[in-house]
Ligand binder design. Structure first.
Ligand SMILES: [Cu+2]
Length: 122
């Protein structure tokens, strides 16, 4: 009887320590996986154009625009309900996280010839 109790105690110890190792490994793995899954992409606004003008990202990616011109620009979706930075002065930035897949075309409201797009994949 004593032997059985000892065996059960050893078995319980093995199960508990295995679970602990798994959860510790999981905790270390998770933040790295998230960082790779949701990176930030930067688009510069320079010399009256978006650089790069066309990017392809995964759904959930955050895109950051930085205005490097001394002239004000906007980052405005062709369908303005999707996203609109408003007026960005020199050095100002705007970020938007893309949550739905598809090709999102955008432009600058002040200079309508400035056109670009973000392709969002699933
Ligand atoms: Cu502009």
């Amino acid at each position: 009887m004593r032997r059985i109790i000892l065996l059960m105690a050893v078995a319980a110890l093995v199960v508990v320590s295995t679970l602990m190792v798994v959860s510790v490994a999981g905790a270390h793995k998770h933040p790295t996986a998230m960082a790779h899954k949701h990176p930030t992409r930067t688009v510069l606004i320079k010399n009256f154009s978006f650089k790069p003008a066309n990017i392809t990202i995964k759904r959930g990616t955050k895109v950051r625009w930085i205005n490097k011109d001394s002239t004000a620009h906007t980052v405005t979706a062709n369908n303005p309900r999707r996203f609109d930075s408003g007026r960005l002065g020199k050095g100002q930035r705007y970020t938007h996280t893309f949550k739905s897949a598809g090709k999102k075309r955008y432009h600058c409201n002040i200079h309508p010839d400035m056109r670009a797009s973000v392709v969002v994949k699933r």
